[in-house]
Design a protein around this ligand. Structure first.
Ligand SMILES: Nc1ncnc2c1ncn2[C@@H]1O[C@H](COP(=O)(O)OP(=O)(O)O)[C@@H](O)[C@H]1O
Ligand SMILES: [Mg+2]
Length: 254
């Protein structure tokens, strides 16, 4: 029997448009819809946040493991490069948090400024290794275009471009689209317009020729949720963001 290819979603867009909230909601919906499938959530944003949105406690991150492996190499341990690589691959699984319905992994927040490019190349490997073990993967990406540019998102099959109604937001997704057309082997791409002050702004939003999968209004109950630090599993089924992400999911071929 032929193994079905993993579905790898990633959210991308400007900062603050709702990427993390939408990624977390997507994980919740997939977990509800496919209780028998293997689902993985990856927090790939150094600004972190997906764990909180999903109600997960993180102990070890991918960056912690990378550092430990680098330290072994620098301590003059006689292991050769191939052994170290094997160890790094194996130890990635130590950073996985398993919960009811889905697994989670965080890339971490490297403390030294400017060193995120190193973790980005590691991250690309992590996505590739882990996706083989899961049916659905949801990646909460860093704001902006860097991870697309560095080919971290190369294997993403479903690219969700998130924007608010600002010109800046739609410009960012158009730029991401251009770069992704060259550097991401995606099957489908679509826009989720989020935090709309009113549904009237729909007509004025220019997303070019990228299909819009859903328009989600600004939802005051989310602010209250944030305040209490509650996770998306507590959002009511009829919350705007839950309905919106469900609508978007329904428009994608999985
Ligand atoms: N539809 C919405 N209505 C109201 N607030 C929202 C909506 N979507 C997201 N938010 C809020 O906007 C803020 C930024 O969202 P977040 O998901 O962290 O964005 P990003 O990951 O793109 O930076 C959060 O406080 C979140 O609760
Ligand atoms: Mg975020």
């Amino acid at each position: 029997m032929e193994e079905k290819k993993s579905v790898i979603f990633a959210v991308a867009g400007k900062g603050g448009v709702g990427k993390t909230s939408i990624a977390a909601t997507l994980v919740r919906l997939l977990a509800e819809e496919y209780p028998d499938k293997r689902i993985l959530a990856i927090d790939a944003d150094p600004a972190v946040g997906l764990s909180t949105a999903l109600g997960i406690e993180v102990e070890t991150t991918v960056d912690d493991i990378r550092k430990a492996v680098v330290a072994t190499a620098e301590s003059g341990d006689t292991k050769n490069a191939v052994e170290l690589l094997g160890e790094a691959r194996y130890r990635i699984f130590d950073a996985l948090v398993e919960t009811d319905g889905f697994s989670f992994i965080a890339i971490g927040r490297p403390e030294a400024a400017g060193c995120y490019c190193r973790i980005n190349s590691y991250l690309k490997e992590v996505i590739s290794i882990l996706s083989e073990n899961f049916d659905y993967v949801v990646i909460d990406g860093e704001a902006g275009i860097e991870q697309i540019n560095r080919r971290v998102m190369e294997k993403v099959t479903h690219l969700l471009l998130i924007t608010d109604s600002s010109k800046k937001g739609t410009q960012v997704i158009k730029t991401i689209r251009q770069v992704a057309d060259e550097l991401v082997m995606y099957d489908q791409m679509g826009v989720i317009a989020n935090r709309l002050p009113s549904m009237k702004v729909k007509e004025f939003m220019d997303t070019g020729d990228i299909p819009v999968l859903a328009y989600i209004p600004s939802d005051a109950s989310l602010a209250e949720f944030d305040l209490k630090g509650e996770n998306v599993f507590y959002l009511p089924e009829d919350a705007e963001i839950v309905q919106g992400v469900k609508e978007a999911l329904g428009k994608l071929e999985l």
